[in-house]
Design a protein around this ligand. Structure first.
Ligand code: DC
Length: 232
């Protein structure tokens, strides 16, 4: 059976991870949340007082950072581990969201993460979401999606997510954080967020999760069919 790579990029909090996770489940593919990897690096920097502007400290820190994903036996979720510890809840907190975009501008951090992501995709059969998957990590991905949605809808979704994890954050603060991250993510020198030329744009402002998943799975099935016909 031919396997493909599904690359899903887009702005913060526009439902990429939710969609990607469900698409991966339907296709029986692995799912990798690359934002979680940048968040785990940020957590390590916070815990060890690493300044992201000090190249020597960054290089040394990267040698000591090992990020893995493991399936939670009860919830079935794909949890993020930093040096053997489950950090899934910690990396979603607001203090990490506040710093993660700055940490992700650092070229050395990006090179280390991209190399690991490319290793994870060697045997295909993967749905990966992030900011540079279709442009830098897998420019040859068979299916590239660029997701976007109305900024206010994104802010409300993010606020609900935080609340579900017990963090009560005002809508103004959430909007500020989203705006700041959009700005940093799209203007950084190293692999900024942009839509790949061959990516399909999905604006999900008025779509349900089910509709998004159905659309992406249909597109993936088409691409798998094409790969089979090419004899891959
Ligand atoms: O998807 P997320 O919001 O959890 O991502 C957190 C941050 O990580 C985001 O603000 C930008 C950065 N990021 C990145 O630079 N490249 C990726 N492939 C994924 C995330």
């Amino acid at each position: 059976m031919s396997k493909i790579i599904v690359a899903i990029d887009g702005y913060s909090s526009c439902g990429k991870s939710t969609t990607a996770k469900l698409v991966a489940r339907q296709l029986h593919y692995a799912y990798i949340d690359t934002g979680a990897m940048y968040r785990a690096v940020t957590l390590y920097f916070c815990q060890n007082h690493i300044s992201h502007t000090n190249p020597k400290e960054v290089q040394k820190a990267l040698e000591n950072i090992h990020i893995t994903f493991r399936r939670h036996p009860e919830t079935g979720s794909n949890d993020t581990y930093l040096n053997g510890l489950n950090v899934e809840d910690e990396i979603r907190k607001m203090y990490i969201s506040d710093r993660v975009s700055d940490v992700s501008t650092v070229a050395e951090v990006r090179h280390a993460m991209v190399a690991q992501q490319q290793r994870m995709g060697r045997s295909k059969g993967l749905v990966m979401d992030g900011r540079d998957i279709g442009t830098v990590v897998f420019p040859q991905a068979e299916l590239k999606i660029f997701m976007t949605s109305d900024p206010l809808i994104r802010a409300h979704r993010r606020q609900e997510e935080l609340l579900a994890k017990g963090e009560l954050v005002g809508i103004e603060e959430v909007i500020e954080n989203i705006k700041k991250r959009d700005y940093i993510d799209t203007t950084r020198a190293e692999s900024p967020l942009r839509q790949a030329d061959d990516a399909i744009l999905i604006d999900n402002s008025m779509m349900t999760v089910e509709e998004q998943v159905e659309l992406v799975v249909r597109l993936a099935d088409e691409r798998i069919g094409q790969a089979i016909r090419r004899g891959e």
